[in-house]
Structures are given as C-alpha cells and as structure tokens.
Design a protein around this ligand. Structure first.
Ligand SMILES: *Cc1c(COP(=O)(O)O)cnc(C)c1O
Length: 233
C-alpha cells in the first residue's frame, strides 16, 4: 500500500498539471486534506509531508484533534454542515468556515465572533445541483443572501464552496464547477462591500482536476490522500 507522502507527491503533480492545462499557476491552488474520521497519526503524516490545511466535518471530533495537534500550527477549515448550537465552538476552533448557508447561522456566527473579538472568514455553501439531500444556498438566491450577510461586521465573506452532485465521470461534473465560477464572477461584478472574491472551494478526490480547470482555488481531498475512510465511531 502506498503511504501518505507518496500519494501526496502524485496528487501535487496532478494538481500542477491541471493548473497548467488551464493556464493557471499551480501556486493558486490550495490543497485541503479532508480528515474526517482519520486518525491524528495520519494527520501528522500528512502534515509532515507538507499539508498545511485540514478540513473537518464534525465540530466535536475537530476539537479533540485540534487540541492534540496544536504543536503543528495547522490551519483548520470546517467543511461539514454546522448547527447553530455549535457556532460558538466553531468560531473558537476554525480558521475558516466553508459551509455558511443560512442567515440565522451567519448572524449567530457573527455574534459569537464579535464576543470573541475575532473576524471570522467564511465561505458561502452553494447547492449547485439543487439536490434535496444537500445543504447550501440555491444559486438563484445567492446574490440576495450575500447582500444580507455582507453587513455582518465580524464575518469576512471570502467567496463560495460547493459539493456538486456525484457523477462517476468527472467530466459530467464540469458544468457544475463552471456554474459556481460564473456565480463568483457575478458576485465580483456586484462588488458588494465587505465581500472578497478570493476562494472557490470545489473538487474532491475523484474530480479535483476538472474543478481546477474550472477555477477552484481550494480542493478538498480525503480518500486520495488517506485511502478509504474508517467508519465514524
Ligand atoms: C469528505 C469530504 C471531502 C473529501 O472527500 P473525498 O471524496 O474523500 O476526497 C470533501 N469535501 C467535503 C465537504 C467532505 O465532507
């Protein structure tokens, strides 16, 4: 079995190739290791191989890991759905929350960030495929939604994140990635004060190259780095 460092080497090469195909600099693309259910040991191995950003889905699980890995100075993103009652803890733990999708959640995060004297960077999650099973703001509601959260002074809106529909063939996901980039461009034209057009978080293990070709700046990879995920305990 390949180890994490070997897998990462191959992934970085694929990221670079995808970027170059799209006429982009590989430096524009940040690799996030999606580490839900992955042990602290394996996270250490990925960090030793140069990964700086880790994404966790569950606040409690993240709390334990972040505590145990404090010495490494890693950057942590929340990439799972956030419940309002965990907003306080999320603001304490994470450097970026990628999954903001309701005004009430945004307001709660803003309130908790203000109480902590912190400016909380966030991404807005978009339900690009309109799937009932997925969280996220509907594309047609996005501009209005961002207009509503932009004035929240303790949030810094840093652009968009999506989990598109799963398709065996990554080429079939391309239109969704393209649509997210177009939404980001629309947002840029709208020039809403307090909104930065900075990070497009899209692309997972099986479709990240297509996502990069379509403009991703953060790709979130789990199984490609760590192998099959152990079940959640
Ligand atoms: C688990 C997860 C990933 C990584 O998925 P892989 O297919 O293992 O790369 C990316 N994004 C989110 C939001 C996830 O929950």
């Amino acid at each position: 079995m390949k180890d994490i460092a070997e897998r990462l080497k191959a992934i970085r090469e694929r990221i670079a190739q995808a970027a170059l195909r799209a006429g982009r600099s590989p430096k524009e693309i940040k690799l996030l290791a999606a580490s839900k259910t992955v042990s602290v040991e394996k996270i250490r191995q990925a960090a030793a191989a140069g990964v700086q950003i880790f994404g966790e889905n569950y606040v409690q699980e993240a709390r334990e890991k972040i505590k145990q890995l404090k010495d490494l100075g890693l950057t942590w993103h929340l990439i799972g759905h956030l419940q309002k009652n965990k907003a306080k803890l999320a603001v304490e733990l994470f450097d970026l929350i990628e999954t903001v999708d309701s005004l009430s959640l945004a307001e709660e995060l803003n309130r908790r960030a203000r109480a902590r004297g912190k400016i909380m960077p966030i991404l807005v999650e978009v339900n690009i495929g309109g799937e009932k099973s997925k969280a996220g703001v509907a594309p047609q509601d996005l501009l209005k939604f961002i207009g509503e959260i932009a004035p929240l002074a303790n949030l810094r809106v840093c652009d968009l994140m999506t989990i598109p529909p799963f398709r065996e063939d990554p080429e079939e996901v391309r239109p969704y990635f393209r649509q997210l980039r177009e939404l980001a461009e629309e947002l840029k034209r709208a020039a809403i004060p307090g909104v930065e057009i900075k990070d497009l978080s899209m692309g997972m293990s099986h479709d990240f190259e297509v996502a990069i070709e379509e403009g991703a700046t953060i790709v979130r990879l789990g199984t490609a780095i760590f192998g099959p995920r152990p079940p959640r305990t």
